[in-house]
Design a protein around this ligand. Structure first.
Ligand code: FE2
Length: 507
């Protein structure tokens, strides 16, 4: 038989529910003597009142009581406080009542009159199981939250960040609907950046002015639970508002309860996460709220970092664009070249139905394609007479120099193939590497054509702009050797249709 703990101070609170004053008094004394914190109440209603405002680790519950029976109370406690083990006590020793108690989920049962050792052993066993269960839950939650934190911290762009945050919120709370909204103060709207689980019932950019739930979040920086009934089990632990359509801009059909979490960094309110339960799902629990607090805090940090990173990238890009402008300002023959090449490249790319990612690569790559010219002497770039072989070699270094400038900047890695290879040829006779152009990405082959096209339409120190017919002829002649034939075909079609803006002026 297991030895009982000696009377060291235990901190667990045990609630005795029994209509008999003498049993309550006896048990309270016994439990206190054993070092537990003990309290007792005479009936089910008093027990529920006590549970609402106190944390209880274990209950001793009399089966037979006036009013709601012990069995009824057991069922209710399991619904509202599933983590609290309940030991049933009965004065009517029968296997049936014991079986009923066990089937209903009680931790144990004891027959009155019981011996002190008997009841204390039963309590000790139930609390041991509770500790092991809590340890397991804590371990699982820690591992799971660790995975969530890692995923949030390592998400590569804001779209994947939003998705990971919502998926984590849903899986951790066994809910099915969630949305992540960002405040757009200038327009006073909630910009819904991501939504999971079901149809959206209202526009994705609801105006948030005048909604009490949003005001609450903005002012208090605390989670808020919206609920259709009056008495939510978590009332007192979380702020609860009775849901009415005027409380919050509707995003999902409201069925049961919804919790809103602020995304805030210091004094700056970034947005909010909302998780909604469907009628068939269990309500939010205390641990759901704790887990969601952690997820929303991490999401706020990650969102903030992603904004800082974007600002940094924007600043860096602006510096490079200024460098481009300075470069073009110094060389009147290439003024506006970068802008036109970017514009033509995007037109051709769209006509070829390239995807978003390729369009971004083309836009950034075309913008920076000649950045390496900062490393070539001004004298050579502006020379009006024929270049010597040595000078030509220097000009031909600009793609390599550009690649070297950009290589340490991780967020511009996608532009490097265009910067380095925009003077390569399909037949492998281009520069600086002489690579087989057929092996280069389409984005690079495309910018090669538009770059050459713009060079032909523009004045150069050593020649006049070529005529329309001459350019078409030149491009057609070199299709398949210098240029990619598919890109040439699209470019010529755009020219013929008069869709290449400013062509006539520049030509
Ligand atoms: Fe170039």
């Amino acid at each position: 038989m297991k030895e009982l703990d000696t009377k060291t101070a235990r901190r667990e609170r045990i609630l005795v529910v029994d209509d008999s004053t003498s049993v309550r008094g006896f048990l309270e004394d016994l439990l206190k003597e054993e070092g537990y914190r003990a309290a007792s109440v005479p009936d089910a209603d008093a027990a529920l009142d006590f549970l609402r405002s106190n944390v209880v680790e274990l209950m001793l519950l009399d089966i037979k009581m006036p009013g709601r029976s012990g069995m009824e109370l057991l069922k209710q406690v399991q619904l509202l406080y599933p983590e609290v083990p309940v030991i049933m006590m009965t004065g009517y020793a029968s296997l049936d009542s014991a079986r009923e108690a066990i089937l209903a989920g009680s931790a144990d049962y004891v027959f009155k009159p019981f011996r002190n050792e008997e009841i204390l052993l039963s309590i000790c066993n139930a609390l041991d199981r509770l500790r092991i269960k809590r340890e397991n839950i804590r371990l699982k939650e820690t591992i799971s939250l660790f995975n969530v934190s890692e995923a949030i911290a390592s998400s590569v762009n804001s779209d994947s960040l939003h998705q990971i945050v919502l998926m984590s919120a849903l899986s951790q709370t066994r809910s099915t609907r969630a949305a992540l909204c960002v405040f757009d103060d200038s327009k006073r709207v909630l910009d819904v950046r991501a939504i999971l689980g079901g149809e959206v019932s209202r526009p994705l950019r609801p105006n948030y002015v005048g909604y009490p739930a949003v005001d609450f979040i903005m002012q208090n920086n605390k989670p808020l639970l919206l609920y259709t009934g009056k008495d939510h089990p978590l009332a007192g632990e979380v702020d609860v508002l009775e849901y009415k359509p005027a409380i919050f801009p509707e995003m999902f059909p409201f069925e049961k309860e919804m919790v809103l979490f602020p995304l805030k960094i210091r004094n700056s309110m970034l947005g909010l996460i909302l998780i909604s339960k469907r009628a068939a799902e269990d309500g939010f629990t205390r641990s759901d709220i704790q887990v969601l607090s952690i997820i929303s805090n991490q999401a706020a940090v990650a969102l903030h970092n992603s904004r800082l990173m974007k600002d940094l990238e924007r600043g860096y890009m602006n510096t490079l664009l200024s460098l481009n402008l300075v470069l073009e300002a110094k060389h009147p023959y290439t003024r506006g070249h970068t802008q036109r090449v970017t514009q033509y490249s995007l037109m051709v790319a769209k006509a070829m139905s390239l995807g978003e990612e390729d369009l971004r690569t083309i836009r950034d790559g075309a913008t920076l394609h000649d950045i390496g010219k900062v490393g070539v002497s001004e004298e050579i770039l502006n020379k009006k007479t024929k270049l010597s072989d040595d000078e030509m070699q220097q000009i031909r270094r600009h793609p390599t120099i550009g690649d070297e400038i950009i290589s340490p900047i991780r967020f511009l890695a996608h532009t490097r193939p265009i910067i380095r290879h925009h003077h390569e040829r399909i037949d492998g006779k281009g520069w600086p590497d002489g690579v087989d152009g057929r092996n280069l990405p389409l984005t690079v082959r495309l910018v090669s054509v538009t770059d050459a096209f713009d060079a032909m339409t523009s004045m150069r120190p050593y020649r006049q702009p070529l005529s329309y017919d001459r350019i078409c002829e030149e491009v057609t002649q070199n299709s398949g050797t210098q240029f990619d034939p598919d890109v040439v075909e699209v470019m010529l079609k755009l020219i013929r249709e008069g869709r290449v803006e400013n062509f006539e002026q520049t030509a």
